[in-house]
Design a binder for this molecule. Structure first.
Ligand code: FES
Length: 173
């Protein structure tokens, strides 16, 4: 995918983005809140990252064990661990930059551009040495912490472009 087309596609995503926080806020306190939030989060992301379940539990003020129990038996919901998400491409470390609305307004574009420059790849690509892959996601459910990126499923909060070299260095040791 060429650079311009990628960015156009990302801008469409930003317009459609509904943050997990907004979904939680909308349903909080209702009897069917947990199911509705799980379904909408799944629909936003295409799966449920395991760590997002704890975030949803905190947001809805429900014990995490209950959220995990419901998510694991409710039909149509797919839970993925960080390793599973990372294993979907063969890069050693998978970086995902959130470009959901909250992260976008907190500088996600600049973070992504810095990553592209540092890694010398475009979003959707993997470095030639297979050390890093770089992708864009709509929301990882930590909107209050934006701009957010994840490396191998671990959330890095309040990322600024100037922090990128230090984050990458950690994985190049
Ligand atoms: S917009 Fe939700 S974590 Fe970035």
């Amino acid at each position: 995918m060429d650079h311009e087309r990628r960015h156009n596609h990302q801008q469409e995503d930003e317009g459609q983005c509904t943050s997990i926080d907004a979904v939680i806020e909308e349903h909080k306190g209702r009897p069917d809140a947990l199911i509705r939030v799980l379904e909408e989060a799944h629909s936003l992301l295409g799966h449920l990252p395991e760590e997002l379940l704890d975030y949803i539990a905190a947001g809805l003020e429900i014990p995490p064990v209950d959220v995990h129990a419901v998510a694991s038996v409710y039909p149509g919901l797919q839970i993925k661990t960080g390793e599973e998400i990372n294993g979907e491409n063969d890069a050693k470390h998978k970086i995902c930059v959130c470009k959901g609305t909250s992260c976008y307004i907190k500088g996600a574009n600049e973070v992504l551009d810095r990553l592209c420059r540092e890694l010398n790849i475009e979003p959707g690509d993997t470095t030639p040495d297979r050390q890093f892959s770089l992708d864009v996601v709509r929301c990882v459910g930590a909107c209050a912490l934006g701009s957010v990126l994840t490396v191998d499923g671990e959330i890095y909060p309040q990322v600024k472009p100037e922090k990128i070299p230090k984050i990458l260095a950690k994985f190049n040791e």
